[in-house]
Design a protein around this ligand. Structure first.
Ligand code: ZN
Length: 601
């Protein structure tokens, strides 16, 4: 972590070779402005089809193509503006460029909203003849998807009323995020050096990662005592949001809020339920891991704030970027020659913006559009964690590269459901590679802990959240009001189910944890983290088996974009997520890692 942000160089003063190359997208600000002036022409060309879609399959085809051209053009402008802005978020030229394209997007988003409703309003027999029309073959999947959704679309008048009520229906979620992000403040807490630091959402995890127990405990208490003061308001916003999901599901003829949410990915409810059952069956592995931690930390009694601190806190290996790149390239070699040749381009063509600099956006991401490189933003500081981040983001970028090359624009963007699979697979390959290099004991323990914590956080924790989400929506469906007492009691019980075998009497404050999880407002989102990680465990194992057919199946997944249903894509890739087997296998892997950790710690 660099301590003094003021001493950092500006982006323009960094060695060019260490920055991303945005020139192939736009040679400069003028070229961007020139294209920006064209946006309205593209949107007008599309809007001209309004009210005409039913004329003939040929007209419908032209409309689809005009929409794709418009979106593809606008996305490139947006992508450049946001990447450029992230180089230095304080730069006024960057800010104004981003603001300009954002308001343009807001302006034109109304201009595209009519398209899908107009198709869905078509007479069913007519729509079916369009579906069979050879001209529309390419767009058939999109049209079938609209047809699938049709039983859940209401009359024009009803949809209009719902549309007009959007802000009202979203109020509970908005109030929560305003309270949580803007108004809620936490007290100052003494850090490891006794210095009082104001607790924030951002630094809370740093406190919990402290090797010193009193520091962790203080932060934990301050965090949940603060939420405790707002427990009734927090319960009211969550209750309102759950009721919103329940209401929407009911009026749109879905059997439950859960089914309404899974419908968009065409994922059966059994996938969700199987995940919960498998994780519950494998809770003894989590308990085994918690006991390893407890012993390694020399604690007689463990509490909820003793779970996030790294077990090998002092392991500091400084890795240069060159070394990191070398490790990652070597680790990804099992993905085959073609993959590795493309991977070289990431470095040669400068997809990556490596260093921290003044005003640069923090964290790391992979981002791009159909007509750009799949860029990567890093804030590389040479920790081992940064090496894993490099492998992770390259996983995203390679997935985008393959999908963009093998799919037309319309089907290139992969679904959120599979978005973390390629990135996590790469991390697992890196883990395997580094373990095979026969690392010294501390390095080895670090690696084992890193993987165990990743699986614990992604599969166990997110599934526990998924279970809570299902529970509170079922209460909502039975018209039970989610009061603070009810939420605390039920969350405390669930927490006890997961941790009680080791943490027999957890600090009661953990009962308030439901209040600080924004994901509970996302409408059944978190289970995708757990299924994605389970898929990655299976796929990395397939890749490492050396079986060329399995490798081709995996590359097929990278190439598939959004061209088919997600479960079908994953099945062809080599992992059947419609059964709980991948979750069991992933947690068996977790158990293996914990076993090794037991021997190493
Ligand atoms: Zn990611």
């Amino acid at each position: 972590m660099s301590s003094n942000k003021n001493s950092l160089p500006l982006h323009r003063d960094l060695p060019v070779a260490d920055t991303w190359d945005l020139v192939p997208m736009f040679p400069g600000a003028e070229a961007w402005e020139k294209d920006f002036a064209e946006v309205d022409r593209y949107s007008a060309a599309f809007i001209a089809f309004r009210g005409r879609l039913g004329e003939s399959p040929a007209v419908m085809l032209e409309a689809f193509e005009a929409l794709d051209r418009f979106e593809r053009f606008a996305e490139k402008l947006y992508c450049y503006a946001h990447l450029k802005s992230d180089e230095n978020t304080a730069d006024s030229e960057n800010k104004s460029r981003l603001g300009k394209i954002e308001s343009k997007f807001a302006e034109v988003s109304g201009a595209t909203a009519w398209f899908e409703p107009e198709i869905m309003a078509m007479d069913e027999t007519k729509l079916r003849t369009f579906l069979d029309a050879p001209e529309l073959e390419f767009y058939r999947k999109s049209m079938e998807e609209l047809l699938r959704q049709r039983p859940h679309i209401l009359s024009e008048k009803e949809e209009r009323l719902l549309g007009l009520g959007g802000d009202v229906l979203g109020a509970a979620g908005k109030i929560f995020s305003t309270l949580n992000n803007a108004d809620l403040t936490f007290p100052a807490v003494a850090d490891e050096h006794g210095k009082k630091v104001q607790l924030t959402h951002g630094n809370y995890i740093k406190f919990l990662e402290s090797g010193r127990r009193p520091v962790r405990k203080r932060a934990f208490e301050a965090m949940f005592d603060t939420y405790g003061k707002f427990r009734n308001t927090m319960a009211a916003t969550l209750d309102g949001n759950v009721k919103r999901h329940v209401y929407s599901a009911k009026i749109r003829n879905y059997p439950s809020a859960l089914e309404a949410s899974l419908f968009s990915d065409n994922v059966p409810v059994a996938v969700y339920d199987n995940l919960i059952k498998a994780v519950r069956d494998k809770l003894p592995c989590l308990h085994r891991y918690l006991n390893v931690r407890r012993k390694a930390m020399g604690l007689r009694r463990m509490d909820m704030y003793d779970i996030y601190n790294p077990l090998v806190p002092d392991y500091r290996l400084k890795v240069s970027f060159e070394q990191a790149a070398e490790w990652v390239k070597a680790a990804l070699r099992p993905l085959g020659e073609e993959y590795c040749a493309i991977l070289e381009k990431a470095f040669e063509q400068r997809w990556i913006d490596i260093h921290e600099c003044k005003g640069k956006r923090s964290g790391a991401y992979s981002s791009g559009c159909y007509d750009s490189y799949p860029y990567i933003l890093l804030n590389f500081n040479g920790t081992l964690n940064d090496v894993f981040t490099l492998a992770h983001e390259l996983g995203h970028s390679m997935h985008s590269y393959y999908s963009n090359r093998h799919q037309e624009y319309h089907y290139a963007d992969y679904s959120i459901f599979v978005a973390e699979v390629a990135s996590t697979t790469n991390e697992l390959l890196l883990h395997d590679y580094l373990m095979k290099q026969n690392p010294e004991p501390a390095f080895k323990s670090y690696l084992l802990c890193h993987l165990a914590d990743e699986i614990r956080g992604t599969i166990y924790r997110q599934t526990m959240f998924a279970e809570f989400e299902k529970h509170i929506h079922e209460l909502g469906e039975r018209s039970v009001t989610l009061t603070a007492d009810r939420l605390c009691k039920d969350y405390g019980k669930l927490n006890h189910d997961y941790f009680g075998a080791v943490i027999k009497k957890a600090d009661h404050r953990i009962e308030m944890e439901w209040a600080r999880i924004p994901h509970f407002y996302y409408n059944f989102y978190v289970y995708k983290y757990a299924t994605g990680m389970s898929a990655a465990v299976k796929l990395s194992r397939n890749i490492l088996s050396g079986d060329p057919v399995k490798l081709q199946d995996y590359l097929g997944f990278l190439k598939a974009g959004d061209s088919r249903d997600v479960l079908d894509i994953m099945k062809d890739a080599g992992v059947d997520l419609s059964t709980p087997a991948p979750v069991y296998e992933a947690l068996d892997k977790f158990n293996e890692v914990v076993g090794e950790l037991e021997r190493n710690c």
